[in-house]
Structures are given as structure tokens and as C-alpha cells.
Design a protein around this ligand. Structure first.
Ligand code: GAR
Length: 192
């Protein structure tokens, strides 16, 4: 039997993907979410983690970039794999080195388009619609030291209709994220 892999989720906001991933791995023997790590003290993802009985921790910018707080939690929880789900800061090089090819992010557009600094959440959907694109989608990719730059693992597309707004496009994107992200994570865990 393969060892159950321990997952850490980094999130900054609402956390609907985090909740979806936590619930998915409640019912599989491949992985378990052991901690939710968050840079925003009142983010709703913390309420979700608490309600689901998952450990969480909040950290400041200084703690993230200039201390061992997070790497210590990752080691203490024996984390094998890191998932960014709506997390808005770059990951420090020390963590990227330690978890080489074991950190993935989900981006709410078809990279390499509509990525980079400032391109998150509704900003992405507004830009995609303003450019009159006929389709958008999701990208799961490995994380490196730049925004939205690591190699692409998976993409899925959705159509954009003329009546779509950033809000309705966000709903379509979230549906794709809920449908595919946990399964992609699971397939990567099985290769560890
Ligand atoms: C998700 O759509 C995710 O793809 C996006 O933020 C949303 C978070 O929603 N991530 C980025 O834009 C990263 N650049 P959630 O907090 O409800 O999971």
C-alpha cells in the first residue's frame, strides 16, 4: 500500500477550492489535507478549515519571507505536497527548493495568457472579457519563483458567451476548478 501523502494548501481569500479539495481527500486513500496556510488574518478560508477540522495558520509577510515559521510547520506536519488555491504571494525560494516539483497552483485562465503580477480572481476575468475572447479556462501548473510561470500540467476550457460578465465567467471557471483540480492533485500524488 502506498503511504497517504500529506497536503498543505496555501490560500488568501474565500477558499472555495480549498474546501473542495479538503472534502475530496476526506474520501480517498491517496492524500489528506493537513494544514491550510493563509496570509490574510480574516480570510474566509480559515473559517472553512476550522469547520472541516483542518489545522490552519496565519502568517505575516515578514514571517513568510524572513523566518522559518512556514517551513517549520510544513516539516512538523510532514507535508509531501503543496497546493496553491487562490494564494496571492510568491513562494519563497527556500520552500520552492525544498519542495521541488511538489508545488502546484491553479490559475483561472489559459496561461500563458492573462497571468503575472496582479492577475488574480476577477481581474483576470475582466481582462479576458474586455479582450472579447470566445473562450477561457483553467491552468494547473508547477510553481517556480515567478508569477504563473512554471510548466503547465493541465488545462480545461469553457466558452464565453456575449452575455457573460466577469461574475458569470468566474462561476464557469470555478465549476471547472471544482471538477478537475482535486483529480489532478491526486494523479500527481500517485507519482510521488
Ligand atoms: C480561483 O478561481 C483561483 O483560480 C484564483 O483565485 C480564485 C480563488 O477562489 N487564483 C488566482 O487568481 C491566482 N492567480 P477560491 O478562494 O474560492 O478558491
Amino acid at each position: 500500500m502506498l503511504k497517504i501523502k500529506n497536503i498543505a494548501i496555501f490560500a488568501s481569500g474565500n477558499g472555495s477550492n480549498a474546501e473542495n479539495i479538503i472534502k475530496y481527500f476526506e474520501n480517498t486513500a491517496t492524500g489528506k489535507v493537513k494544514t491550510v496556510l493563509c496570509n490574510v488574518p480574516n480570510a474566509y478560508v480559515l473559517t472553512r478549515a476550522n469547520a472541516l477540522g483542518v489545522h490552519s495558520a496565519v502568517f505575516s509577510r515578514d514571517e513568510f519571507y524572513n523566518s522559518d515559521k512556514i517551513i517549520n510547520i510544513l516539516q512538523h506536519k510532514q507535508i509531501d505536497f503543496i497546493v496553491l488555491a487562490g494564494f496571492l504571494w510568491l513562494i519563497p525560494e527556500s520552500i520552492i527548493k525544498f519542495y521541488s516539483n511538489k508545488i502546484v497552483n491553479i490559475h483561472p485562465a489559459l496561461l500563458p495568457n492573462y497571468g503575472g503580477r496582479g492577475m488574480y480572481g476577477n481581474n483576470v476575468h475582466k481582462a479576458v472579457i474586455a479582450d472579447k475572447n470566445k473562450e477561457s479556462g483553467i491552468t494547473v501548473h508547477y510553481v517556480n519563483e515567478k508569477y504563473d510561470d512554471g510548466s503547465i500540467i493541465f488545462q480545461a476550457k469553457c466558452e464565453i458567451s456575449e452575455t457573460d460578465t466577469p461574475e458569470t465567467l468566474a462561476q464557469k471557471i470555478h465549476a471547472l476548478e471544482y471538477r478537475y483540480f482535486p483529480e489532478i492533485i491526486e494523479s500527481l500524488l500517485m507519482k510521488l
